[in-house]
Design a protein around this ligand. Sequence first.
Ligand SMILES: [Zn+2]
Ligand SMILES: [Zn+2]
Length: 200
Amino acid sequence: MRPLLLDFKRTIRAEQCRAHGARLARFHKWKVVSPCPVTAAVRHLKKLCMTLKKRGKHWYGDDQADIRVELSRYSDLNGYPIDDFADVQCKCGNDEFYFFTDEDEGVAVRRCIKCGDEHMMGDSAEFAEHAEIGQHECNCEANVFQITVGVHRYRNQDDSLSNDVRWLYLGCRCSSCGLVGCYADWKNEYNGYEKLLAMM
Ligand SMILES: [Zn+2]
Ligand SMILES: [Zn+2]
């Protein structure tokens, strides 16, 4: 049943989980059959009841655009200022989510509060296997957020912007109290920032 390696690689490259749209290639390199990384991560997530809170100073905003202001401030201080943003929207059109991350593994999951769709954000599925995901909670104890993503890109030798990502930021605005903040950030070296932002 196991195909020749070359054929196998070709097969898996095109393969996607029908339920989640996650790319399975890296997870299939050593196994012919392996569970969808999203499913695995969601199982993890259901087992864990960790609660993460926003760190640092508190800023409040009236709408999603305020997340960009706060992320810009944060990313400047971090030394990798944001070049491009994306406001996250569910496929159902809703923009409010429960939000889960594992900052060490570089994994972020959002669950739409309206349709329940669970989505591994960006390239998270590639790193989900060992992730221990915690749910974010606002300081006001609400847990529904709007989410905006920012990326810093590498610079070419002539100082122009590369298309490749260097650092990723995930910012939230609490739907209850308006608190905005950077909830997670990590080194992310995805090739092609537009594609990464489109997968958020
Ligand atoms: Zn939805
Ligand atoms: Zn709040």
